[in-house]
Design a protein around this ligand. Structure first.
Ligand code: NI
Ligand code: MN
Length: 226
């Protein structure tokens, strides 16, 4: 499985020959100017919630690639009204098997509205389980005891967790989340993009190391194989 970081909360995951894309926000990300939004591959686009910094490029990429958009009923309805026919609506607690493996939508403690302020359903995260690797993409969320349920459903190889504080949990809470989900390999997301969420990388990485965990902060545009 190959994980590519496109900045902010945007990841591409290549697994079992399919390209999964999470929360595409590239065009308006000043830190991601080296990423070409027009060449990012996608067979599936997962959207954790309706905030602009998670869905800004979703419709354009879905149009270009024909990818299936998977998200809450409300978000799928919203992309559908913009001409995207290839969609799959879900909600928190739901599980669905696709051609790459299965996904389960998890509870995220956050909010979810569209850029115009209208209701976008419940925010969510995703457990993605495949015959290759299994991972958890938490989305924007506070630390929540709900995360203790994750290992009851899946044995994770890696967890993608927000660490930027202010709008989500910080890196210390993310280390606790790593305990809850029983996974010591963490890839950070939702940090540095805006002034509110700038973090000191070294401090965060060292904190994880002290706890016997690994925090991976991928440079934008770079990939790791797991
Ligand atoms: Ni958000
Ligand atoms: Mn966000």
């Amino acid at each position: 499985m190959k994980i590519t970081y496109y900045g902010h909360a945007t990841f591409g995951v290549e697994v079992n020959g399919k390209h999964l894309l999470f929360d595409p926000f590239i065009t308006y990300n000043e830190l991601a100017t080296q990423v070409d939004v027009n060449t990012i591959p996608a067979d599936y686009i997962f959207l954790s919630h309706g905030h602009q910094d998670h869905i800004a490029d979703a419709v354009a990429i879905a149009k270009r690639t024909g990818a299936t958009v998977v998200s809450s009923f409300e978000i799928v309805d919203w992309v559908g009204k913009q001409g995207i026919a290839n969609v799959h609506p879900m909600n928190t607690g739901g599980k669905k098997t696709f051609d790459f493996g299965w996904i389960k939508c998890t509870v995220a403690q956050h909010s979810s509205s569209f850029p115009d302020g209208s209701y976008a359903g419940n925010p969510m995260g995703f457990i993605v389980s495949t015959s290759d690797k299994t991972f958890y993409y938490a989305g924007d969320t506070a630390l929540t005891l709900d995360m203790q349920l994750v290992p009851k459903w899946a044995k994770l190889d890696v967890a993608l967790l927000p660490i930027g504080d202010n709008f989500t949990m910080d890196y210390k809470d993310a280390a606790m989340a790593a305990d809850f989900v029983e996974c010591n390999k963490i890839v950070g997301l939702h940090y540095d993009t805006f002034g509110y969420i700038k973090i000191d990388h070294k401090t965060a990485v060292e904190y994880f190391k002290e706890k016997g965990k690994e925090l991976i902060l991928l440079p934008i545009g770079e990939s790791i194989s797991i």
